[in-house]
Design a protein around this ligand. Sequence first.
Ligand SMILES: Cc1cc2nc3c(=O)[nH]c(=O)nc-3n(C[C@H](O)[C@H](O)[C@H](O)COP(=O)(O)OP(=O)(O)OC[C@H]3O[C@@H](n4cnc5c(N)ncnc54)[C@H](O)[C@@H]3O)c2cc1C
Length: 604
Amino acid sequence: MDYQTYDHDVLVIGAGGAGLRAAIEASAAGVSVGLVCKSLLGKAHTVMAEGGIAAALANVDDRDSWKVHFADTMRGGQYVNNWRMAELHAKEAPDRVRELEAWGAMFDRTQDGKILQRNFGGHRYPRLAHVGDRTGLEMIRTLQDHGIHQGIDVHMECTVTRLLKDGDRVVGAFAYERERGRFKLFRAKALVLATGGVGRAYKITSNSWEYTGDGHTLAYDAGAELMDMEFVQFHPTGMIWPPSVRGILVTEGVRGEGGVLKNNQGRRFMFDDIPENYRSQTADNEEEGWRYTQGDKSARRPPELLTRDHVSRSIVREIKEGRGSPHGGVFLDIAWIKARLPNAADHIRKKLPSMYHQFKQLADIDITAEPMEVGPTTHYIMGGVRVDAETQMSTVHGLFAAGECAAGINGANRLGGNSLSDLLVFGKRAGEFAAKYAKCRHDDVSIDAQQVEEAARAAVEPFERGTKGEGPYQVQYALQEMMQDLVGIVRNETEMTRALDCLKTLADRARRAGVGGHREYNPGWHAALDLYNLLTVSEAITRSAIERRESRGGHFREDHPDKDAAFGAFNIITRKGHDGGMEVSRVPIPPMPDELKNVIEEMK
Ligand SMILES: Cc1cc2nc3c(=O)[nH]c(=O)nc-3n(C[C@H](O)[C@H](O)[C@H](O)COP(=O)(O)OP(=O)(O)OC[C@H]3O[C@@H](n4cnc5c(N)ncnc54)[C@H](O)[C@@H]3O)c2cc1C
């Protein structure tokens, strides 16, 4: 079959924040870099990020430091994080944000001209550098502007379907062009995966169409290990009405600016259940919570800004117990601040411009005057490719991963804002070390033709099956529905075992699902190929979730509702076994050095 071949020292797959930052760093190290992305450059999911980038710049509250950020991240992740990644992240994020500013990012400003920082769930002090509620757009724009002058070769609308190996080392990737359907072969000395998350495995999600777990699956098939796949984050506030917009994110910035959650009785239910490990840091009355959002340093944060896992479960409880809103959510009210601020409507429009327009245009709700209806939405996966903390190399030689498709920094639950900083810190590291790795490889890259033929044959299979049977979208919908119902926010062993059976049936259906037409822009064909990735990550999530017989962070088991210290000592790994089946194992978390333990103690 025909294909065009491209050679790069480093190939970066994914052009979101992590991929762009990796490509910039690798290119700056003097190696040739190729950057591949499924959509147009600038359309990666990072562009949707709203609330901000977490970094202990201490511009708004000088009590902040890397130590507090580290302790917050570990507490939020319920101590199964890769502590070294959490440490590097907390220490390096401020420099990465300042660097972004030096490259032209126009952050909101404090009165004295510093980068403004806002409150977010789980962060002790105002920490999120932001640009209104369009931070991701500014981040992507800045990275692109900077990167575009560095001679990076960009391959847009090009989807990688397989990684290619030479022995135990990754040396290339096979891809198709979305527009024309032509095949491309990339040869590279090192590869960086920066493909984002898996949200499209669920029915209700804030994630875009690109989030089909491609990088997770490419790595898994190439022999890499996936870690912590049970930890899926359900963001507490997604839109729920009208049905066509269900799942679209309502930024935590709304609560950071003073928005409150209420049930159908008008009660601020978040005060009803404050977890013990957050009690001392949480306001015990509404007045104190309000003062915190207005920058009073003596006040503690309102319970609406507890971690996302807890807020989501509290919302589910209200709905299940009959105190939900008319369309099956709860109320999020920012309009109430007009009782406190003279120009409240202008203030809301200035601080939350996208939210204002989103609700006005999609739901005909004016958030400056009435409450929003919100409910949990699948948002982020903490699990991903297992990587080395310093270099971001996976367990396969030459294969690096960064951003949402990599695991470690977030443990059982990610704090808002910690993803954008993760992309910058570990994107840079992945690019740096991939370039170093490539420079050390003086041998030619060789890929045997059979591997390429096999990848091409697999890519056209859906056409061979034709349109007689089921189409890929039917299988995709069934999978999303099943994952939402059986492996969602509240899980139990019986349902998850049933999910594994369903996954087998769905895999059979996917193997039979075919498409018609030809390879030129054919979304049905793309969906048929994505199915394999969605099924693989769904199986990894389900098997890992069965294995973790406790509740921790984003993973809640109604049959094991408590945290179990024994499970706090390891991460769960999935890998491809010799027989092609998925193997699950536990790996112990290395002991934390005393100096970091002391930091956590100090910050309690
Ligand atoms: C609505 C919303 C708001 C958010 N707000 C915030 C926030 O305020 N702060 C924060 O920290 N986090 C936020 N997040 C989370 C954060 O935006 C993401 O976790 C982050 O942007 C992921 O970045 P990434 O670089 O890993 O991947 P992405 O930005 O998703 O980029 C993935 C790239 O990989 C490419 N790709 C995927 N598969 C393939 C393939 N097979 N072949 C080739 N290319 C491929 C895609 O085309 C894309 O270019 C938000 C998320 C959402 C959905």
